[in-house]
Design a protein around this ligand. Structure first.
Ligand SMILES: *Cc1c(COP(=O)(O)O)cnc(C)c1O
Length: 373
């Protein structure tokens, strides 16, 4: 086994028979998509698990973000982070909104709340922060700023399924939170996503969001919104129902992996490992490590290559910054977000999934330790 390839992630799956049993009713009902029974059941169960009042399901996490922005009728500028998966920025731009990039704090990798207010103009309509790697944003500071300036807050919560802060589901912070249930995430439905929000905007935002994901159709005779198709199907819902039964166990297994990484890699000058956050119930989504080439004499890319030479797939996640990708060439300057720029050059996320053997974690860490000696 020692020389088998280790990928950076590996999807959790239920037993084959459990899934087959779950999809049996779909053959009876012949109801395959458009908010069927599996969809409704998963929706209810997710409200409980995520401790949220409302959870709407989508075909993927990206459409959850894109349609949330649309359903709030936003116009102008959105303050966001470049240290994210490109989906976040694409969702802003595809809504005709202008992203304004805020730098990150070097400990949590999330938006630095002390740098937000300087970016607010009379065109600013919203803040779109990202809970990165499972680390939560400075939600209280962000809420205060948003309140003071009358801005909406929409979180990209793709990495924070099941995370809680001070006993509250992370999806209850801000005006809306968008989760991804992509196959690579802690909880998945093959492809899928969700938006969570509170009851006080159910009739306005919630209603519009649901029309929007179904071509803007309001009822048989009325199409009131301009919308794409972002509906969630019954087979994906069935996968979600199965995975939700096991997700706590999966997170517990991830905890062991993360703790083993921390034991192995803590205290090495030039290496910084992701730390637990106070008052947060974590989900151990990713394990980012920062390699400081000035101290180590070897850089992130070289370490990535050495690991690859041993069949171990680590990822430059997030690199490049979204304010430096080719489709936005010349529009933004990554030097405006220097902390994010430096982190993007130094970070590697190491393999992390529930079934990763602790002996493999040790092997990965030994290769790294040898490389930086
Ligand atoms: C996965 C992810 C998305 C997009 O979700 P999909 O379900 O793949 O569409 C958006 N933002 C972040 C930070 C992600 O990791």
């Amino acid at each position: 086994m020692a020389n088998d390839k280790i990928l950076v992630t590996r999807s959790s799956m239920p037993d084959f028979d459990e899934y087959v049993e779950e999809i049996r009713d779909i053959w009876d009902s012949r109801w395959l998509t458009n908010m069927g029974i599996k969809h409704q059941t998963l929706q209810k169960e997710l409200c409980q698990y995520l401790k949220t009042e409302n959870t709407e399901l989508f075909t993927n996490g990206h459409m959850a973000i894109e349609l949330s922005l649309a359903a709030f009728d936003l116009q102008g500028e959105v303050i966001t982070t470049p240290f994210t998966f490109v989906s976040t920025t694409q969702a802003i731009v595809r809504n005709g909104l202008k992203p304004v990039f805020c730098d990150i704090d070097p400990v949590t990798y999330t938006m630095d709340p002390t740098k937000i207010e300087a970016l607010i103009t009379d065109k600013t309509c919203a803040i779109l922060p990202v809970h990165v790697y499972g680390n939560i944003c400075h939600v209280e500071e962000i809420e205060e700023i948003a309140k003071k300036h009358g801005l909406k807050v929409i979180y990209d919560a793709a990495h924070t399924f099941g995370v809680e802060y001070k006993g509250r589901g992370i999806g209850t912070y801000g005006d809306a939170s968008c989760f991804s249930f992509h196959a690579t995430k802690v909880f998945h439905t093959i492809e899928g996503g969700a938006v969570t929000y509170k009851d006080d905007i159910k009739d306005t935002f919630g209603t519009k969001l649901n029309y929007m994901k179904d071509f803007g159709i309001c009822d048989e005779d009325n199409i009131t919104e301009i919308g794409p198709n972002a509906k969630f199907n019954e087979f994906c819902a069935a996968m979600g129902l199965c995975n939700l039964r096991h997700v706590d166990g999966e997170i517990e297994k991830r905890r062991h992996v993360v703790e083993r990484y921390r034991e192995n890699l803590s205290g090495i000058p030039g290496i910084t490992v992701n730390q637990p956050q106070k008052d947060v119930k974590p989900n151990y989504a990713y394990f980012p490590v920062i390699f400081n080439e000035e101290i180590l004499g070897i850089d992130r890319n070289q370490i990535k290559d050495i690991l690859a030479g041993h069949g171990i797939n680590a990822r430059k996640y997030f690199y490049p910054l979204t304010n430096s990708v080719a489709c936005y060439k010349g529009q933004y300057d990554p030097e405006d977000t220097p902390v994010a720029l430096q982190m993007s050059k130094r970070v590697l996320t190491l393999p992390l999934f529930a079934d990763l053997a602790l002996s493999d974690v040790d092997r990965i860490c030994n290769i790294i330790k040898e490389a930086v000696k």
